[in-house]
Design a protein around this ligand. Structure first.
Ligand SMILES: [Zn+2]
Length: 116
C-alpha cells in the first residue's frame, strides 16, 4: 500500500522547511526535528522515505529527520485521572467515565531545523 497520507504530510513539511530556511538565508538544511503524536497515524519511516524522494535537488536534500514520538494521553473529565487509552478502551480506568479529554498524541509539527 502506498502511504498517501504520509506523502501529503511530507510535502507540507518540506514546503515549510524550505520556506524557513530561505527566510533564514540558509544554503543547506542538514536536519529537521519533528514532533509526532501517535494519534496522527503518521508512520515516521514513511515520512523519512518520502522526504528523501521529494527533497532531491532542493536545499533540504540529504537532511536527517529526527522524530520525537508522543504517545496518546488522555485525562478524565470526571475525576481528573490521567491515563493512556488503548485502541479498545477509552473509558477512565479509575472511575469508568467516558467523559475524557485527549491531552497528547495529536501533535504534528516541525520543532526546529538545522541549517548551515
Ligand atoms: Zn475518571
Amino acid at each position: 500500500m502506498l502511504a498517501m497520507h504520509e506523502m501529503s504530510v511530507t510535502m507540507s513539511l518540506l514546503d515549510l522547511v524550505l520556506e524557513e530556511a530561505s527566510k533564514a538565508g540558509a544554503g543547506k538544511i542538514t536536519g529537521v526535528n519533528i514532533v509526532l503524536g501517535e494519534m496522527t497515524g503518521i508512520i515516521d519511516h514513511y515520512v523519512q522515505a518520502n522526504f528523501e524522494l521529494l527533497s532531491q535537488n532542493t536545499p533540504a536534500e540529504g537532511a536527517e529527520l529526527s522524530f520525537q514520538n508522543i504517545p496518546r494521553q488522555a485525562r478524565c473529565r470526571n475525576c481528573a485521572h490521567p491515563f493512556q487509552p488503548t485502541d479498545f478502551e477509552w473509558a477512565c480506568p479509575k472511575c469508568q467515565s467516558s467523559e475524557i479529554e485527549i491531552t497528547g498524541g495529536s501533535e504534528l509539527y516541525v520543532e526546529s531545523i538545522e541549517v548551515e
